[in-house]
Design a binder for this molecule. Structure first.
Ligand code: SAM
Ligand code: SF4
Ligand code: SF4
Length: 339
């Protein structure tokens, strides 16, 4: 076993995204459409979900097997998971981990931000798709106002968490909100990142026409507030970074559809039910939960992690256009693996 293990396309495993729940307090229409995720929807039963201790145990083995340094906690909505701060405490104790981040819709942050920071969370990415209250209430499917998220952003900043924002851009939904969002957050101390709408899962009715490309997003902003590209912070960073010409404020664009970055994709995902998922668009994951619960030794689990990674050849986004007429391909839902 080597901490320098590479997959079949030569990519190392550098970071791990951990989904701590498949449940969410919102029903964003591009992620968990309310008609699909309704009151009859069968979420994972509690016993199928990894305990916090199991998550920490498996994470420790990922660190030992692959030398991972970065973790991101996600969901569903991670702050819906009871005692998630205890998980951060456990993860922060793992030798070798130097960065723990969380992606959240922000609504529960006013309650949790200080504690999360105190136990070792470094950064949060908060999702917000527009500032128009009526539209936002519609998009999130739960009639939650923009104010709730803005309060979450403030509480994260106050707690000293490094804060970024994600805005999913979908044509016909919020391309007109690109500029208002860019203007509003330009001097706010948080970096706004625009995400091309992706065909994750099978529930959101994705069509290529819905995608507003990186090029288009760039030109909308650039016309009013000129921006220039800047270097990536590190190899494999998913957002293309830009800075405004008239100051040093930054924005990012994540172009998973029109300019895929599979060749440097070094992230694995651990689903809430303990599957190792090697691509956001995978049909299924590889079980680690039952293996762990059946008494597998640490060495056996590390060997499994290594062999799964070494067998990986995923490059869905680079091949996407070959798949678009095959919408029947089964894919894991975003709310299971967290983006
Ligand atoms: N509930 C948390 C949140 O919304 O931040 C974490 C989980 S959510 C699945 C993670 C990120 O994926 C969010 O920023 C969300 O906007 C983004 N996302 C969800 N569905 C998407 C899609 N179809 N295309 C692009 N991004 C998507
Ligand atoms: Fe929930 Fe996040 Fe999906 Fe919205 S994007 S439904 S907040 S998991
Ligand atoms: Fe990585 Fe799969 Fe996304 Fe390509 S499509 S960047 S392999 S998660």
């Amino acid at each position: 076993m080597s901490v320098h293990m590479k997959d079949r396309l030569g990519r190392p495993l550098r970071d791990l995204r951990i989904s701590v729940t498949d449940r969410c307090n919102l029903r964003c229409r591009y992620c968990m459409p309310p008609e699909v995720f309704d009151k009859d929807f069968k979420f994972l039963p509690r016993t199928d979900v990894l305990t916090l201790e199991e998550i920490a145990h498996l994470t420790r083995l990922f660190v030992r097997a692959a030398g991972i340094k970065k973790l991101r906690i996600t969901g569903g909505e991670p702050l819906m998971r009871q005692n998630v701060s205890h998980l951060i405490t456990l993860l922060n104790e793992i030798e070798g981990i130097d960065d723990i981040a969380m992606t959240t819709n922000g609504i529960l942050l006013p309650k949790h931000a200080k504690t999360l920071k105190a136990v070792g969370l470094k950064r949060v990415t908060i999702s917000l798709d527009c500032l128009n209250d009526e539209k936002f209430r519609y998009i999130n499917g739960r009639n939650i106002g923009v104010d709730e998220v803005l309060k979450g952003i403030e509480s994260a900043k106050e707690a000293g968490l490094e804060t970024k924002l994600n805005m999913v851009v979908k044509r016909g939904m919020n391309e007109k909100d690109i500029l208002p969002m860019a203007r509003y957050f330009k001097d706010s101390g948080v970096i706004l990142r625009f995400i091309e709408y992706m065909d994750v899962g099978n529930s959101n009715g994705w069509k290529l026409d819905h995608v507003v490309s990186k090029k288009e997003i760039f030109s909308i902003i650039n016309k009013e507030m000129p921006i220039v590209p800047i270097d990536a912070n590190y190899k494999g960073e998913v957002a293309t970074r830009f800075k405004y010409k008239d100051d040093d404020n930054e924005i990012g664009i994540i172009s998973s559809v029109t300019d895929a970055f599979c060749s440097s994709c070094s992230r694995a995902r651990l689903s809430a039910d303990g599957k190792l998922v090697t691509c956001l668009f995978a049909s299924d994951g590889h079980d680690l939960r039952d293996f762990l619960r059946s008494g597998a030794t640490d060495k056996e689990i590390m060997d499994r992690i290594t062999s799964i990674w070494e067998g990986r050849s995923d490059r869905y986004s680079e091949d996407r256009l070959k798949h678009t007429n095959k919408n029947h391909i089964k894919k894991i839902e975003m709310s299971h693996i967290g983006g």
